[in-house]
Design a protein around this ligand. Structure first.
Ligand code: ATP
Ligand code: MG
Length: 406
């Protein structure tokens, strides 16, 4: 893609009204644009990253037996009245139709998926089943000031699984826990599996936390076994409850949260199945959330330097940033790369070397390829994370870049 085709507009300086590293860099580099507190447009570069993150999440959810659907974001108030959460869910955004009826803007989807499953589940033969979506969620967050980390409108993957027994639910829970570990590994994030507030070590229910100063949670985590516990629930012991190791305290952000759902929603919506003996029983369920847009912010918080973002290859908007200095020297290299499917951003602007290099560092594509009078028929390839580049032939560049991105 050529620079102009991508509608990229980088800013000379970070916006003054943004406080967090992720919102500063993402805005300055042209990935997102702020509309209001906690409300952002994903510009073409940003959407490309978000889609890569969401594709990885989808792949692993499908592998774990999840089936994708898409539920509405507009929820009739009756559904929320039924669970009592119309009044008790603090961050619920409410709106009225001019033609009658009140609605919630969906912050989570138990109120929708339970009655929906009533149409599909009647017998034990219909179970287990697991459905997920990736969708825009709404929450009336009090403090929406950390860029993509805490938004009023954000993206979430939510999976719901339904089972005949708690044993089957726990078996599935374990497979999703493993799928989450795979997802975060592919995203380049080191996660600490943390017991959530209210949870104990014996109970299933956990958060996936990433250590970063930008996180709002304080956790204790064990350097030995890697497990953690949210400070909110931990009463003073200094040792890890799993291995006895020494606990460290750190700031972290919750990127995912998985837990079994109590019988409450099944009761509220009378979601039952007939077992083998014809007895009617309440359906067991689990719920598994992962904030895909928060993940994008978290990646930027973790992978950056003073010059800009350093994207992991798996989610970078492009693999190579082709920088042309001087006359149209990049055209041949660009066409060759494009022909073999390398994802390249071609900076063919009429701008100075300094400006182009600064933008390449700011945007953070894993490889920078420079073509100039000085490089002759070769290309100077440099990793974003390293200081020096190397001269090589275009074929070598393609091999290196393709090899690493697979
Ligand atoms: P937090 O404690 O950070 O407010 P939560 O426990 O309310 O999060 P869940 O209801 O578990 O969040 O939602 C699932 C996932 O959605 C979270 O793990 C997080 O990654 C993401 N998420 C939740 N709230 C927001 C938000 N306001 N902005 C961006 N992502 C969010
Ligand atoms: Mg949570």
């Amino acid at each position: 893609m050529r620079w102009k085709e991508n509608a990229i507009k980088t800013l000379r300086q970070a916006p003054k009204d943004e406080e967090s590293v992720n919102s500063k860099f993402l805005t300055q580099a042209g990935f997102i644009n702020k509309l209001g507190a906690g409300i952002y447009t994903f510009l073409p570069l940003g959407l490309s990253v978000l889609k890569k993150i969401e594709n990885i999440v989808c792949e692993e959810m499908n592998r774990a037996g999840g089936v994708e659907l898409l539920m509405p974001g507009l929820h009739p108030s009756e559904n929320w009245q039924k669970t009592g959460r119309w009044d008790s869910f603090d961050a619920l955004m409410k709106t009225k139709s001019a033609f009658g009826g009140e609605y919630a803007l969906g912050p989570t989807h138990e109120e929708i998926i339970y009655p929906l499953m009533g149409h599909f589940i009647s017998s034990y033969k219909d179970l287990p089943v697991a459905l997920y979506q990736i969708q825009t969620k709404f929450r009336d967050e009090k403090r929406a000031k950390s860029g993509l980390m805490r938004c009023r409108e954000f993206r979430m993957k939510d999976l719901y699984s339904f089972h005949t027994t708690t044993e089957d639910r726990d078996r599935y829970y374990e497979s999703i826990r493993k799928a989450y570990l795979k997802i975060f590994k592919r995203l380049g994030l080191k996660v600490i599996e943390t017991k959530a507030s209210g949870g104990t070590f014996s109970e299933l229910s956990q958060e996936f936390q990433v250590i970063t100063g930008a996180g709002e949670d304080t956790i204790y985590y064990c350097k030995k076994c890697g497990n953690g516990i949210n400070k909110e629930v931990y009463s003073g012991k200094e040792k890890c409850l799993i291995c006895g190791g020494v606990l460290e305290e750190g700031q972290a952000v919750e990127v995912g949260n998985i837990f079994p759902l109590k019988k409450k929603f099944a009761e509220d919506f009378n979601l039952k199945f007939k077992d083998k003996d014809g007895e009617s029983k309440l359906v067991e369920a689990g719920c598994y959330g992962l904030g895909t847009s928060r993940v994008m912010g978290t990646i930027v918080e973790v992978f950056n330097d003073e010059r800009g973002i350093i994207w992991p290859e798996s989610v970078a908007p492009f693999q190579v940033h082709l920088v042309e200095l001087g006359k149209k020297k990049g055209e041949v290299a660009y066409k060759k790369m494009f022909a073999v499917g390398v994802e390249g951003l071609y900076d063919d602007r009429d701008a100075s070397a300094g400006e182009k290099f600064a933008d390449a560092d700011l945007i953070g594509i894993p490889y920078r390829a420079v073509v100039s009078e000085k490089t002759g028929s070769k290309i100077e390839l440099k990793e974003r994370s390293s200081k020096t580049g190397k001269l090589m032939k275009i074929e070598e560049v393609i091999r290196k870049v393709n090899g690493n991105s697979r």
